[in-house]
Design a protein around this ligand. Structure first.
Ligand code: FMN
Length: 178
């Protein structure tokens, strides 16, 4: 099984990156043949979607529609196609995924989806262009902790708490990969 891990933090070796690494460890520990590719969005040239809608209008394309922009998404699209499992890691910035994650998601919205799904009476929502059993997990890391939850993440048992977070990450991946 092949995993593609996408890190959307501008910082390497910090919280998001560390949790993604722990999840990768969990994935690798399941089967020695498992392979992983990790991509830091911040290392690559990923331009903004231009809203030209060329991909949106391309109904028949599979597994993804071609984007008019030539940049690092050209090979990242191919990496997504190769993946059986996906991890998206992002810090919370102003209540959302980081700008670079949103830019990335805008570029895959209509390339990997076509406007054919109806959701809550809304027509034209993204439907997968190709039905593939490609499970994904999202790791979202925030900085602000409501006071009532502070005792779970700080204090004298911090080390134990870190270890239990790492165990949870591994468990999460084990469940996704079954
Ligand atoms: C521009 C900016 C906006 C942020 N906005 C939020 C926010 O809305 N809510 C929150 O809980 N943390 C917010 N944070 C804190 C980050 O989510 C937090 O520091 C996170 O752990 C960073 O992840 P990293 O260590 O992988 O870079 C923000 C940080 C930055 C730089």
């Amino acid at each position: 099984m092949h995993l593609l891990a996408i890190v959307g933090s501008p910082r390497k070796n910090q919280k998001t990156d560390t949790l993604v690494d722990k999840a990768i460890e969990g994935f690798k520990s399941l089967n020695e043949d498992n392979t992983v590719k990790k991509i830091y969005l911040s290392d690559h040239n990923i331009n903004y979607c231009k809203d030209c809608l060329v991909c949106w209008k391309e109904i028949k394309a599979e597994p993804y529609a071609k984007c008019v922009i030539r940049d690092d998404m050209d090979w990242i699209y191919e990496e997504i196609v190769k993946a059986d499992r996906l991890i998206f890691g992002t810090p919370v910035h102003m209540g959302y995924a980081t700008g670079m994650v949103m830019t990335f998601l805008e570029r895959i919205c209509w390339t990997f989806g076509r406007p054919e799904k109806n959701y809550l009476d809304v027509k034209g929502c993204p439907a997968p262009r190709k039905m593939v059993d490609r499970k994904a997990i999202i790791i979202a890391v925030s900085g602000m902790i409501p006071p009532r939850y502070k005792r779970f993440v700080t204090g004298r048992h911090l080390r134990l708490k870190e270890q239990s977070t790492i165990r949870s990450m591994r468990k999460l991946l084990e469940n996704v990969c079954r």
